[in-house]
Design a protein around this ligand. Sequence first.
Ligand code: BGC
Length: 746
Amino acid sequence: MKKKILILGSIFFLLFGSKNTLAQNNLIPVKVDSVLHLMTLEEKVGQLNQYTGDWDEATGPITKDGDKQNQIKQGEVGSMLNVKGVKHSRELQEMALQSRLRIPLLFGEDVIHGYKTTFPIPLAEASSWDMDAIQLSARVAATEAAGSGIHWVFAPMVDISRDPRWGRVMEGAGEDTYLGSQIAIARVKGFQGDGLGYTNSVMACVKHYAAYGAAIGGRDYNSVDMSERMLREIYLPPFKAAEKAGAATFMNSFNDLNGIPATANVHLLRDILKGEWGFKGFVVSDWGSVGEMIQHGFVKDNKEAALVAIKAGCDMDMESRSYKNNLALLVREGKVPIELVNDAVKRILLKKFELGLFDNPFKYLNTDRESREMNNPEHVKAARMVAEKSVVLLKNDKQLLPLSKNIKSIALIGPIVKTVKQNLGFWSIEWDNDSSYIVSQWKGIQNKVSSNTHLIYAKGCEINDSSHAGFAEAVQAALQADVVVMSVGEARDMTGEAKSRSNIHLPGVQEELIQAIYATGKPVVVMINAGRPLIFNWTADHIPAILYTWWLGSEAGNAIADVLFGDYNPSAKLPMSFPRTEGQIPIYYNHFNTGRPANNDNDRFYRSAYIDLSIYPKFEFGYGLSYTTFEYSNLELSKQKVRQNDTITVSLKITNTGKIAGEEIVQLYLRDKVASVVRPVKELKGFQKIYLMPGETKTVTFIIEKEKLSFYNQQMQWVAEPGEFDVMIGTSSEKIKLKSSFELLP
Ligand code: BGC
C-alpha cells in the first residue's frame, strides 16, 4: 500500500511537474513505465480505445452503445476524433481528468488539405512538385488545427494509385513512388513542425497502410492482390520515407492484402513497420476496420477480431469497440499476452508525453489562440500561393492565355463558375455554414479585371444532369463576349472516400455544353475542376486553352484569376497519367517494356497494344505547360563508368526562351537496361523546379547514387546490378529532351 502511495506521489509530480524540456524528454520512457505500472487492465485497454465525437457526417457506422462521456470519466477512452473546437475539447478533457489516473485524451481529426483555410486537394498540391509549398500547406493546417485543440491529424495519405476510378486518388500524391515519397516527407515535416510538444505541431498519421491504392477495379475498400516486389518497390516507399521523417503514427488500411486484412497483417505491421523499419510510434486502425474483419470473413466475431489485430500490432481501435469489449477478457483467458497490450499502451502514452499533455492537458486549448489562428491573413496568402502552383496548363494554342485584364467582355459559363463550397473539394472541414471566407471563381475574376470589363454569366447546365435547358442562354452569353471562360468538372463529393466511379468522363452534359459554346466561334478557355484525372477527349482536341484546376480550396477564385490573367505563370505538372478511356486503366508511365512492345500507335501487329485504342495516355505523367518556353541543352555526365559506391553528377543547361519569367520542373528518369528482374522503361529519380527570367540560363545538376539504381533482385535483396543505365531528362515522362547513358561497374 505504502509503495503504491509513493508511486502515485511520484507519478503526480511526473505528470504535472513542470515544462517539457529536452532533459525531461529523455525521462519520458521512465515516466511511461511508471504510468503503465499504475494502470489496471481495463485502464490499459481504455487507452487503446478511440471514439468519434458527435458528428453526423461520419465515414462509417457510429457505435452508439454505452455512455461515451461516462466511459471517458472512467478512463476507458484514450482518444477522440471529430471533436471540433477548443470549447468542446476542453469539456471532454475535463472529463478525462476525472478518471483515476487523470490520463489526458488525444484529439484526432481528418485535416487533409487545410483546416479552416482550405488548401488545394492533395493531388492538386502534388501537381506543384514544390516541396516547400506542400510543407507550408501542412504547416498552416497544423497551426490552425492545433489552435483548435487538435493534437493529431489523419494525414498524410501516401497511397500510390494508378487508377483514377478510385475516388481516393484526390487525397494522395498520384502514381509515382519517388514523387510520392518526397511529398510524404514534406507533409510529415509540415505537420510535425519543430517537433511534438510545440503548441503549433500536430502528430502526423501516415495512411493507409498499405497498398490501399491498388484496390481491384478501383472500387473502394476492395481487395488487393500484389507481389512482394510490387509492394516494396512501388507502394511502400512513401510509407518508409514518412516513417524515416519521424511520423508519429500510422493508420491501417481497409483492404485485405493477398487475403489478409491490413488491420491484422503481421507481415505489414510487425515484420516490416515495427520490425525492419523500427517504428516507435503507434498504429491506429481505420474506422471500424478491426470489427470489419468479420465481414472480410477473416474472424468469426469481435473477440477474435481484437485478438488478431492486437497480435498483428494494431495499437488503437478506431470506433469498432472490439478492443474495449474483448481485450481484457482475452488477456485474462491467456489468449493475448499482457506484454502485447503493454506495448500498445506504452506507444500511446509515449506520444501523450511527447505532446506535453501530461504536463498540461489543456495546452492546446486556448480560445484566444484559436481565434487568432483561425483568422490569420498569412494563412490566406499561403493558400493562394499554393493554389496558383497547383493549376496545370494542359493546352494553350496560339497563346490564348493569359487574358488581358482590359478585355471588354468575358462570358463566364458553366456550373462551377459561381459555386462557393464546391471549391473546397472533398475532405474539407465544414464551418457552421459560414462560407464567407471562400472565394468563388466568379468573385476572383471580378476582383481581377478592370472596371471597364463587362462580365456576363450563364450556368449552362448542372454538373451532373441531362438537361440542355440552359444551353441557349449560355450560347447567347458567349455571343455577346470577346472571350469565353468555362468552368466545368465534377462535384466535390464525386471523389473522396467511397466515391469510386466507373465512368470518369466529364459528368452530365458538360462536354456537350462546351461543344455548343465552341460552335459560336468565340475563343474559349475551359477550366476543369476535379478530384481525379477525368476524360474529356473532345475538349482536349478542340478547345484552344485548357486549365486543370482540380479543387483549389478557399482561395480558388483568386488563384484562378491570377493564372488566367497572367499574374502567375503556371508551372504545375500532372502527378498521374490521364487516360483516353476507362479501358486503358491502369495506365502509368513506369511500366515494363514486354517482349513485344509497340513502338507507336501504328505498330499493332502482334504487339502489346490495343487494336481499337492508342497505347498512350491523353496527358502523360509529368506533363504541364507554361506561358513561356524552355530549352534544354548540354547534358553532361561526370563519368561514363561508375563503381558501386561512387556517384555520378548529371548536369544540363536550361534556358527560358520566352518573353516572361517562369518555372520549369526538370525531370530525371533512369532505366536499368538489363537486369535479373525486368525493370520499368523509365523511373523518376529526381526533379528540380527552376525559376528563370526571360532569356536566363541556369545549370541544373542531379547526383545519381547507388540507391537510385537499386531494386529487389530475385532473392528480394536490395541491390544495384552492374550494367548499362539510360539517363533521360524530360519536361514530362514522354517528352524526353536529353539522353545519355553510363555503365555501373561490378
Ligand atoms: C477513412 C480514414 C479517416 C477515418 C477517420 C475512414 O473512413 O478511411 O482515412 O482518417 O475514416 O475519419
